[in-house]
Write a protein that binds this ligand. Structure first.
Ligand code: PLP
Length: 294
């Protein structure tokens, strides 16, 4: 990590607020968030992480749409998209050099006990080196998320499908993966379906078809997965969203975990069983993902 760039966003849900008045570039080493902020005390808020390649933000609109959807699911006021868009651009202008970076932007419910006054900010930093994960690949373990496939309709208050700040579980599963000598995780449902990774979407290839688990199972709609489908369509593959049974892993020809920062990481083992990785195919996919406009 270098020194991150931090942009505070005043009045982040005011639809009339203008970037010139709302955005403040601040010293990343100084404290800026109230210790009583509900984002900290309860993880009550939402975020997005966008990839930045050669100084250009990827999938800006798709991220902002998902941010708005998460806000609605948490019954937060809608974030002003122009403020967040401008905050990312302001941050990029202050990143050291151009290259691969990321921006995480956040909206919280604001101060505990106070009137509703959401907190908004963005921070940016250069990416770690993901070369190994993008080429040799990653080993995964299947871990239960503890819910059935119908969680979104049976228990919408569990907020599956919203990108909330409550990611302690998503970190805990990675520690469990480490204990099992694996790099990452694919979540499963208690009734035997595949879902997603803790910070990534799952894309499977069966012959000439790309498949990803449908969002109605309580998974995020990944912007990188959308790019992966575009890449597949461009190569004449069929693409589809559907529920995928765990047993179908036995017939998959390739698997990737896709996300904005790491892009496509091919899965080279599941629960200790090795999977072949087609290096050329994955290189083509990652080259496509890196080259995406908007
Ligand atoms: N699913 C979860 C739970 C995530 O946290 C993420 C990204 O952080 C994704 C999927 C992938 O989304 P994207 O490709 O838009 O980064």
């Amino acid at each position: 990590m270098t020194s991150p760039v931090v942009v505070l966003i005043d009045s982040p849900t005011d639809p009339d607020a203008a970037p010139a008045d709302s955005l403040r570039l601040v010293d990343a080493r100084a404290p800026h968030i109230d210790v009583m902020d509900l984002g900290i005390t309860r993880g009550d808020g939402i975020f997005e992480t966008v990839g930045i390649i050669d100084g250009r933000v990827q999938s800006v609109d798709e991220h902002l749409r998902r941010f708005a959807r998460s806000a609605a699911l948490l019954e937060l006021p809608a974030p002003n998209p122009e403020l967040f868009r401008a905050a990312v651009e302001l941050g990029i202008a202050h990143l050291p050099g151009v290259g691969d970076a990321f921006c995480k932007y956040v909206l919280t419910r604001g101060r505990e006990g106070g009137p509703l006054d959401p907190t908004g900010y963005a921070y940016l930093d250069v990416n770690p080196d993901w070369t190994r994960e993008r080429t040799i690949g990653i080993s995964v373990v299947l871990l239960s998320r503890g819910y059935q496939l119908d969680v979104q309709t049976a228990a919408p208050w569990l907020l599956q499908g919203a990108k909330t700040l409550s990611y302690a579980v998503n970190r805990a599963v990675l520690r469990e993966a480490g204990r099992r000598n694996a790099d990452d995780v694919i979540f499963t449902t208690t009734d035997g379906y595949l879902l997603e990774g803790p910070t990534s979407s799952l894309v499977l290839r069966f012959g000439d078809e790309l498949v990803t688990p449908a969002q109605s199972g309580g998974v995020l709609h990944g912007t990188t997965q959308i790019g992966t489908f575009e890449w597949g369509s461009g190569r004449g593959m069929r693409t589809g969203y559907r529920h995928v049974r765990v047993e179908e892993l036995d017939h998959a020809d390739a698997l990737w975990l896709t996300s904005s920062q790491r892009l496509a990481a091919p899965v080279n083992a599941i629960d200790g069983r090795a999977l072949a990785v087609d290096a050329d195919e994955t290189a083509s996919l990652n080259a496509y993902l890196r080259g995406r406009q908007l």
